[in-house]
Write a protein that binds this ligand. Structure first.
Ligand SMILES: [Zn+2]
Ligand SMILES: [Zn+2]
Length: 353
């Protein structure tokens, strides 16, 4: 599949590598460019490749200890957790080719009432037939300021960042990652924050603002506090360092009370997929298993409060599984990364045509 980046896992250690050519046949989670890289990387990779979770015989801790699982007496939902993304897969709400005569050339008016996360909006626009060239008017609203601010920031990235590849990468990580790279943050700072400030200056009383981008407009109305809250999502508060943010996440992730919840998620997965979930759980970044994370050092305030939502639940499992992750065919979150990027790429292509 185009777009798959075949990086040698050993190059994370600062080694100069060529394009990767084969995978570790023990786990099919990582790529290598040459046997020497695989040998030299083994000391590190062994912990993943030979992990107890990689064994079919792995059992959740509550089963091993012969006790009731913690979630059994606490109900299915922990209402303290904020689900910014929801937990149902994205759908194309129109399926236009099936339901309408596309050659009819009518404009579309779509309402996403109480939209929550706008993945359905993205999937719908990304799925418009290539020959459809009419105007699309979309209205979306939501009561939750956290959700609305995120949605607006993500939409503005689509329109304000000119280079499509850069926009797709930035949207993916602002949407889902716990930490951003410096270049993502600079894009937010240079492209999105001025748009927010412009709105606060130009529309201080009526709380309504319109941004125009060529043939496209984004019209937004928010309460005054919500406008400020949106600005808060674009800056890191004084004192919130990368390591502090990691520690907060780590502390909660490693809490004894959460072990059974994690084991429940792991139990249903094939062994190698468990390793992807564990890695995602550790850093909350959607990337192929062997891609470096060292540049993700700035806390992402656009998703900071959603500590343990699993991005995998937002996308149809069969579509994720059928996406190529190169030769590392067990790399579940690598597949997710390429699948979401493909939807975002089609979304960008739809509004560019
Ligand atoms: Zn290499
Ligand atoms: Zn391996």
């Amino acid at each position: 599949m185009s777009g798959v980046e075949l990086l040698c896992a050993h190059q994370n250690e600062g080694i100069t590598c060529n394009e990767a050519k084969f995978t570790c046949t023990g786990c099919r989670l990582v790529h290598y460019c040459r046997p020497k890289c695989q040998q030299d990387h083994w000391a590190k990779h062994k912990a993943n490749c030979k992990s107890p979770y990689m064994k079919k015989s792995w059992k959740p801790l509550w089963y091993v200890q012969g006790r009731d699982a913690a979630f059994e007496d606490q109900g299915f939902l922990n209402l303290e957790v904020k689900y910014l993304w929801g937990n149902t897969p994205a759908i194309d709400i129109l399926v236009l080719e099936k339901h309408e005569d596309v050659s009819n050339n009518k404009d579309l008016h779509i309402l996403f009432a109480a939209s929550s996360d706008i993945r359905n909006l993205r999937m719908t626009i990304a799925s418009l037939p290539i020959e459809y060239r009419q105007t699309v008017n979309i209205t979306a609203n939501d009561l939750d300021t956290n959700v609305t601010a995120r949605n607006v920031i993500l939409l503005l990235i689509a329109f304000a960042v000119e280079e499509p590849g850069e926009a797709v990468d930035c949207k993916l990580h602002v949407w889902f990652a716990a930490q951003l790279t410096r270049s993502h943050f600079e894009l937010l700072d240079s492209k999105i924050r001025p748009l927010n400030q412009e709105a606060l200056i130009q529309s201080p009383y009526n709380r309504i603002h319109t941004w125009n981008f060529g043939n496209h407009s984004v019209w937004l109305t928010l309460t005054q506090s919500a406008w400020s809250s949106m600005l808060d999502r674009l800056q890191v508060p004084d004192g919130l360092t990368s390591s502090k943010a990691r520690n907060v996440r780590g502390k909660i992730a490693r809490a004894e009370s959460r072990v059974d919840y994690l084991d429940r998620g792991l139990f249903d997965l094939p062994p190698a997929h468990r390793m992807g979930l564990l890695k995602y759980r550790n850093d909350s970044i959607i990337l192929p298993f062997d891609h470096p994370r060292s540049e993700f050092i700035i806390p992402n305030l656009a998703r900071y409060r959603s500590l343990f939502a699993d991005a995998l639940r937002c996308w149809a499992h069969k579509n994720v599984l059928s996406t190529s992750s190169g030769l590392a065919s067990n790399d579940l979150y690598g597949k997710l990364c390429y699948h979401v990027k493909d939807v975002l790429r089609r979304f960008v292509a739809a509004y560019l045509r």
